[in-house]
Every structure is written in structure tokens, then in C-alpha cells.
Write a protein that binds this ligand. Structure first.
Ligand SMILES: N=CN[C@@H](CCC(=O)O)C(=O)O
Ligand SMILES: [Zn+2]
Length: 411
């Protein structure tokens, strides 16, 4: 199967020898090729070039992309799309004056989602999650990370991860999974945090490792949830099973979790709505990538991650949706890119790098995703006819995706 895209107005993120991530000033550079063609062979990118030198040979299908921009699909490195029901009542409660923390203290929040998920069968959980996955695929997401963390019992955490694995089997999108048992204290362990941590370490982790259900280990390092010491313990325990750390940190308070993440060689530290100079220092000279989740800031009306400051400090930055029922019920990476430009003052080039090549890095997919490179996955977005790539974040809220190709498959 050879699929040829011709007359592409502009092919974005074209890299012959792609770096694993881009940092600081490099983030403002988005390599492109105007008036281009792209050749896809089976599931991979075979070649690309200028229409001045068109490719020779026979092709199964030719797509004329006149006026359209083509770019790698979004890499959404932080989601919780496997969940049951929704939490729109909490949304209304917040409009009426309660804070996210107050709602959690009253038994809402993560524990509320856990209650719903525990009562939902695996089949129904799959059905609900598949609907969301299909939605994000058509919005241009070609690789996605999915966390557990709404189970909070061994049975339900396993149920979530099994559903994520089944989604990976059924859909052409690339999926990485993360075990987030330490997302909140379940009601039964309200006054026994150590007991719950024991359960995670002695029961959940061995089972998850045995069934090979997760690539990463995560924890919500935050006041009222898990401390830095808990974080260190869970990350080292996960590492014993080969799970690479990725953490939720600095969402509401900066308590030293970023340095702990770096110390444990976390692949990413996510949220960072609050960031200290010490955090920035800890991240410099590390391989850990900061991940901003502007959809969460928008939805909860909390500060935006200081992305401008992070990039100006020479660091890389990835962008993700945090799609979840409580703090960001949207998996729209197009909106995330727009919000990063509008609210975090990223240039369109920085935002597109954050959502493609750096997103791929934040989910361990640098080798196969995030750029238009020979041999990488043929997962691309074909836009509608638009004047320039800056038009995508500029016209926030409007869908300008014409077609999505995932691993060579035209959807
Ligand atoms: N902050 C922790 N976890 C999720 C939200 C969980 C929820 O409210 O259901 C997040 O990334 O925002
Ligand atoms: Zn999250």
C-alpha cells in the first residue's frame, strides 16, 4: 500500500535527523517544507520532498492536498480518558462558589469518580472510554497516554488498565499506560495512608507488573494527597518493576516534588501551575520534561503553567490535555495548542513543537512519533484549506482538520 499526498501547501515538523526533544530557543523553530509531497508506505513515512521534484513510481492512492497543511498528529502525553460517568454537578458547584479542594474534602473529586468506576462493569467502562478515544482521534491525536487512578482498589485499578490495553488493541492510535494508584486516598483508607501505600506496593504493583499493564508509574504529589516522601517511595517501588516515573506535581502547591521527580529520573513532571526557581534549577541539566496542561487551568480557573518562563530558562516544554472528568473534561489538543499561545504566550511554533515532538518525548515515543521523518509512523493531520499554520491556534474553537491518517490508515 503506497499512499501519496501531493501539492501540500506546507508540510510541518520536517526533520531528517530529529532530536528526541527541543528545548529553549530551539522550540521557536518549526522546520517546514512548502509545496511538498509525502509518501506513505504501509504504516510508515517512506519519503517526502518538494513538488519541484515529484516522486516517481506507482501509487495505490494519491491525495491532492492543495491549500492544505500537513503535520504530525498530536501526541497527548497526559490523559485519564478511562473513567465512568462524569462530574458535571461539581462543575456547577464550582460556579456557585466551591473550590476544587472544598469539593474533594466533601467526598467529591477523584474519590467520587472512583465510586462511579467501581460500580461500572469493564464492558461498560470500555464503551464509555472508546467513545472518548474515537472523539480525540478525529481531533488529530495520534498517540495518547492513559492513566489509571480512578479505581483505588486492586480490582478497579486493574480494570482501568485492562480497558486501556483493550483500546490499544482495537484502535490504530498508539497508547501508553500509566499506573496512578496513588491518585487519592480511597475512603476506606481515609485515616490510614500507610495502609494504602502498602496495598499499592505489595498487591497492586506486583499484579500490574505480572500482567504487563503499565509503562509508567505516577503519583499526585500535593498537599492533602501524597507527600514528597510518599512520592519517593512509590517511584522507587515502581522502578523495581521497570515502570518509569511520571508525576502530577505543583498543581496547587510547590512542595519539592519536582526535585524528587528529577532525582528519580522521571520522564516528565506534569501540571506545574506553580513553579519556583528551585524547581527550574532542578529541571536544568536533567532529562525530565515539564508538561503543561492548559485545559486544566482553563477549566478550574487556576494559574497557567509559566510556559514562557520555562522555555526562556532553556528548558523543553510539552503540552497535553489532562482529559479527565474533574479538572479537564476535554481531549482537544487543538484547543490546548491555542490556549498555550493565547494564555501562556507561546509562539505557534513553540506550541506545535510542544504538542508534537516534545509530546512524543514525554510519552517515550521519540523514535516513532512527533515529526515527519522517514521511518516514523505515518500518522498525520491534513487540515482544511487555511492561510497558514498560525491560523490553527488563532481560530481557536473551530475544527480545521480535514482528515487524519493513523499509522498509514486513512480515517
Ligand atoms: N490532579 C490530579 N489529577 C487529575 C484530576 C483528577 C480529578 O479531578 O478527577 C489532574 O491531573 O488534574
Ligand atoms: Zn492528570
Amino acid at each position: 500500500m503506497k499512499l501519496l499526498l501531493i501539492n501540500i501547501k506546507e508540510l510541518l515538523q520536517v526533520r531528517e535527523n530529529p532530536p528526541s526533544k527541543v528545548s529553549g530557543k530551539e522550540m521557536n523553530h518549526l522546520p517546514t517544507l512548502k509545496n511538498a509531497w509525502l509518501l506513505i508506505k504501509d504504516k510508515k513515512i517512506e519519503d517526502f520532498g518538494s513538488m519541484d521534484v515529484p516522486p516517481k513510481g506507482k501509487f495505490t492512492q494519491i491525495l491532492d492536498c492543495t491549500g492544505r497543511i500537513v503535520l504530525p498528529t498530536w501526541c497527548d502525553s497526559h490523559t485519564h480518558i478511562v473513567y465512568a460517568g462524569n462530574r458535571e454537578q461539581e462543575f456547577v458547584d464550582r460556579i456557585n462558589g466551591l473550590t476544587y479542594q472544598e469539593i474533594a474534602e466533601k467526598g467529591g473529586g477523584i474519590v467520587n469518580s472512583a465510586k462511579k468506576l467501581q460500580q461500572t462493569s469493564e464492558k461498560e467502562l470500555f464503551r464509555q472510554s472508546a467513545e472518548r478515544l474515537e472523539e480525540v482521534i478525529y481531533m488529530g491525536t495520534g498517540a495518547i497516554e492513559i492513566k489509571s487512578g480512578y479505581g483505588l482498589t486492586t480490582k478497579s485499578e486493574l480494570k482501568m488498565l485492562r480497558v486501556a490495553k483493550k483500546l490499544a488493541k482495537k484502535y490504530p492510535i498508539d497508547i501508553k499506560t500509566t499506573f496512578l494508584g496513588a491518585h487519592a486516598l480511597p475512603t476506606e483508607f481515609k485515616n490510614n495512608k500507610d495502609g494504602y501505600l502498602e496495598l499499592i506496593c505489595n498487591e497492586m504493583l506486583p499484579k500490574i507488573a505480572e500482567e504487563k499493564l503499565a509503562d509508567y508509574i505516577d503519583i499526585f504529589c500535593e498537599e492533602g494527597y501524597f507527600s514528597v516522601a510518599d512520592t519517593e517511595r512509590i517511584l522507587s517501588e515502581g522502578s523495581k518493576y521497570g515502570l518509569i516515573p511520571k508525576i502530577h506535581v505543583n498543581q496547587f502547591n510547590a512542595i519539592g516534588g519536582v526535585a524528587a521527580g528529577v532525582k528519580h529520573k522521571a520522564l516528565s513532571v506534569d501540571h506545574l501551575e506553580l513553579l519556583t526557581d528551585e524547581d527550574i534549577k532542578a529541571l536544568q541539566n536533567s532529562e525530565t520534561i515539564p508538561v503543561a496542561l492548559p485545559g486544566c487551568s482553563f477549566f478550574l480557573s487556576i494559574p497557567y503553567t509559566p510556559g514562557r518562563h520555562i522555555i526562556d530558562a532553556g528548558l523543553p516544554l510539552a503540552l497535553a490535555t489532562d482529559f479527565n472528568p474533574g479538572s479537564s473534561p476535554s481531549g482537544n489538543m487543538n484547543f490546548v495548542v491555542a490556549a498555550a499561545c493565547i494564555k501562556m504566550k507561546l509562539t505557534p511554533e513553540e506550541a506545535i513543537n510542544g504538542a508534537t515532538i516534545n509530546g512524543a518525548y514525554a510519552m517515550g515515543l521519540s523514535e516513532t512519533h512527533g515529526s515527519i521523518t522517514k521511518g516514523k509512523a505515518a500518522s498525520v493531520i491534513i487540515t482544511e484549506e487555511i492561510p497558514s499554520y498560525s491560523f490553527l491556534p488563532y481560530s481557536f474553537g473551530t475544527d480545521y482538520i480535514n482528515q487524519v491518517i493513523l499509522n498509514g490508515r486513512l480515517l
